[in-house]
Ligand binder design. Sequence first.
Ligand code: ATP
Ligand code: MG
Length: 437
Amino acid sequence: MLVLDLNNLRTMDTEAIVIRIKTPSGDMDSAVDCPSLLNFNDLLVAIRDVMPEATVTAFEYEDEVGDRITVRSDEELKAMLSYYFNTMNEQRINGLLPDPLQIFPRAGKTPGIRNIHGLKVNTRPNPANDCTHAIPDSMANNSLKKSSAELKRILTNGQINAQDIHYQEQLGHGNGGTVYKAYYLLGKRVLAVKVIPLDITVELQKQIMSELEILYKCDSPYIITFFSAFFVENRISICTEFMDGGSLDVYKRIPEHVLGRIAVAVVKGLTYLWSLKILHRDVKPSNMLVNTRGQVKLCDFGVSTQVHFSQMFVLYQMSQEEYPAALIISFFFTQLALGMFPYPQIQKNQGSLMPLQLLQCIVDEDPPVFPVGQFSEKFVHFITQCMRRQPKERPAPNNLMDHSFITQFNDGNAEVVSMWVCRCLEERRAQQTQGHV
Ligand code: ATP
Ligand code: MG
């Protein structure tokens, strides 16, 4: 990782890049001698020179899956350049000539049709993207992306072949597997590949299959995208979307306005899974991933259980404790806010196993104490409510979205998380560079 990042810093300072401005009348290439000095306004001026008739206020670039990302500020420009330098390095490592950085100007409305009276439109979240609404059973089934038969076909034939994957750095190692960043040569995209040896217990093999089937069904902006899986000798490799911000366990003391938005995404992700009758039994910071676009996604459902709707219904009716979502969320969010394990009397590795001793601790011990003045009343109230000793007094899983701490951050503002991720990554790079000078 260090080698790549140092290369990035060096190339940003010393190597000219070509920015290709895509306009309706054709492409316009501009050479930028020192990309690290480029700012958003300079680039906007260059675009306006090329498209004098349009009112351009922002531009977009495409990520590895072809999604358009808007750039409206210096911070976002930096994120774009960092993404581009990574792509460029990857193309070079793989013997390819780097493509120019393509940007797509976004024209605003012409002055004649501007809303001069300042009329406001009552905007509502798009129900298709909003997983806070209860999804009826039939709709939940319709939202399943692909069929099990298709999954079997892919597992047998393999959509992605092992030889088309170029492994790069190791991202981490967990129970049973190792995760790598990898480049998929044919698809020209970066992936996260989890490689799991199969000389493991039958129980663990079942968990892996369960994880695959669940990943395959999911189609939500809050759940990691599954691309493919293949077997080689005694290993299974699971290819998913790569999240360039990594997992939350490596972030220290997440500020409340960021944590609130992360909480919204986690609750929506879990709500989506619940709508598919899936209980994520391994919710923890290392399974919450972030990226520089400000997205937050859940991964690793290896120990999830799919239950019948009726069971789920009974479970919710009879005992919230079968799935103590409020406790789990409040526990980890306390940890992320404080930057430390809230119950020092429990060893951290037990914390990663979650439930019994930990829940016991939450129930037996006094709730964690927050330093005075550092956290809002809403946040402390949310955590305190979620950690009430009596299960009935805690918010039910489906009501987590209703607490004022969560609702205030349910504004779809990905920029806050995006800027925070970019800043943390930059700080980490700077520390690594200092440590190696
Ligand atoms: P467990 O096996 O109990 O889930 P874990 O989550 O720490 O533990 P892994 O799931 O193997 O272990 O993941 C190891 C690390 O790889 C994670 O901590 C995370 O930082 C990183 N990682 C996993 N998936 C991705 C991904 N899609 N994009 C980027 N980083 C990832
Ligand atoms: Mg994991």
